[in-house]
Design a protein around this ligand. Structure first.
Ligand code: GFB
Length: 324
C-alpha cells in the first residue's frame, strides 16, 4: 500500500559513516559542505578509485568502506543540448550508476539512502505546479527523455527496495539547479552558467549583442545548490516514505527575464538575440513543493542574491574555464 501522508521522522547522522556518491559534482560538493555541520564521517571516492558505472568496482569499494548512509548525487548531467545530443551517456551512465550504488548499498547494509532525481521525470505538459502524483501520467519532454527514464528507474528502484526488502531508501526530485561548482562549458551547461559566461565574455569583448537559445518564452524554476543540499540533509534526517519529494522554491521565471537579470548582474548592456533554431524544451517546469514545506523545509536564497553570489564564484574561478 502506498504511504499517503508524509510523516516526520528523526534519523541522526552524528557519528555515522556517510557516503556522498558524486562529491566532485556541483550537488555532491554542496552536500559535503552541508554535512560538515552534522558530526558524521564523510566518505567519498573519485572515479579512479571507483568507477560507479562498473558493478564490480562499486561492490569492492563499498564492501571496504562500509557506509551507514548514502546520498546518491553521482550522475551524468547537462543542459538541454547535451541531453538531446548524447542520449546514450544520459541513459546508460545514469542507469548503471544508480543500479550499482542502490543495490550495493542494500547488500552492504546501508541503513538509509537518498537518491537524487530531477524535475524532468514529470510529463512534458504536466499541470503546473507539478505535484509528485504527476509522475507517469503523460509523455516525457523529448529533449531529456533519456535522462528522465533513467531517473524514473532510479526512484522506482528505491521504491522497490522499500517494498520488497524493507529498506529505508528515499528519493528527492530537485528543480533546475545552479550555484558554485556549476559547469560553465557552453556545449554541456545549463542555462544559468551559459548565460553568465556569455554575458561576461560579451562585456569583455565589447560585443553589441549576445545569443540566448530558443524563444526566451519557456519558464523555469531555479534553486541554489546550497539550498538543495540543506533540503537533502533535512530529508535524510526527517523523511521516510515511498513517494518522492519535490525540492524547489515554488517560483518560476521566463528565460528572457532570467537573461535580463543575469545581464544586470554581470553589467552587460548589449542586446539579447534569441535563436529559435535551438530547442526550448518543456514550456514550463514549476514544482509543487507543498509536500516538502509540509514537512517543515523552505528555500532561503532568492534568485537575484543566488545569481550574484554565483557570478562572484565564477569570477574567482574563471581561469579554470579558459579553453573550455
Ligand atoms: O538549463 P537548460 O539547458 O535545461 O535550458 P532544461 C533551459 C532553457 O534555457 C531552455 C534556454 O529553454 C533553453 O533553450 N537557454 C537559453 C539556454 N540560452 C541557453 C544557453 O545558452 N544554454 C542553455 N543550456 N540553455 C534540462 C534537462 O532541461 O534541465 C536535464 O535537459 C535536466 O535533463 C535539467 O532535467 C535540470 O530545463 O531545458
Amino acid at each position: 500500500m502506498a504511504e499517503k501522508k508524509p510523516h516526520r521522522v528523526n534519523f541522526d547522522l552524528a557519528g555515522k559513516r556517510v557516503f556522498v556518491a558524486g562529491h566532485r559534482g556541483m550537488v555532491g560538493a554542496a552536500v559535503v559542505r552541508r554535512l560538515a555541520a552534522e558530526g558524521c564521517e564523510i566518505l567519498t571516492v573519485d572515479r579512479k578509485g571507483c568507477d560507479l558505472t562498473r558493478q564490480a568496482e562499486v561492490e569492492r569499494w563499498m564492501a571496504d568502506a562500509r557506509p551507514d548512509v548514502a546520498f546518491v548525487c553521482a550522475a551524468t548531467v547537462g543542459g538541454i543540448l547535451a541531453n538531446d545530443t548524447r542520449p546514450v551517456d544520459f541513459l546508460y551512465d545514469n542507469l548503471m550508476i544508480e543500479a550499482n550504488v542502490i543495490k550495493t548499498a542494500h547488500d552492504v547494509g546501508v541503513k538509509k539512502l537518498l537518491f537524487l532525481g530531477s524535475s524532468c521525470i514529470y510529463p512534458q505538459l504536466a499541470a503546473q505546479p507539478m505535484t509528485e502524483d504527476a509522475l507517469l501520467t503523460g509523455a516525457l519532454e523529448p529533449t531529456n527523455q533519456w535522462y528522465a527514464i533513467a531517473k524514473i528507474a532510479g526512484l522506482k528502484l528505491c521504491e522497490a527496495y522499500r517494498r520488497q526488502k524493507g529498506a529505508d531508501f528515499i528519493s528527492a526530485m530537485p528543480t533546475n539547479l545552479y550555484g558554485p561548482g556549476d559547469n560553465f562549458d557552453l556545449a554541456a551547461s545549463h542555462v544559468i552558467p551559459a548565460l553568465m559566461r556569455k554575458a561576461h565574455e560579451a562585456t569583455l569583448a565589447h560585443r553589441p549583442s549576445m545569443q540566448v537559445w530558443g524563444t526566451g518564452k519557456p519558464r523555469r524554476e531555479f534553486l541554489h545548490v546550497d539550498d538543495l543540499a540543506d533540503a537533502l540533509v533535512f530529508l535524510m534526517k526527517h523523511y521516510s516514505g515511498d513517494q518522492t519529494v519535490n525540492v524547489g522554491t515554488g517560483e518560476d521565471i521566463a528565460i528572457a527575464d532570467l537573461a535580463a537579470m543575469i545581464c544586470d548582474i554581470v553589467d552587460y548592456g548589449g542586446e539579447l538575440v534569441f535563436d529559435p533554431s535551438k530547442p526550448d524544451g518543456t514550456p514550463r517546469k514549476l514544482l509543487d513543493v507543498s509536500r516538502l514545506s509540509g514537512l517543515g523545509w523552505r528555500a532561503r536564497t532568492g534568485l537575484e542574491e543566488g545569481l550574484s553570489s554565483t557570478y562572484r564564484w565564477f569570477l574567482e574561478h574563471q581561469t579554470e574555464f579558459r579553453g573550455l
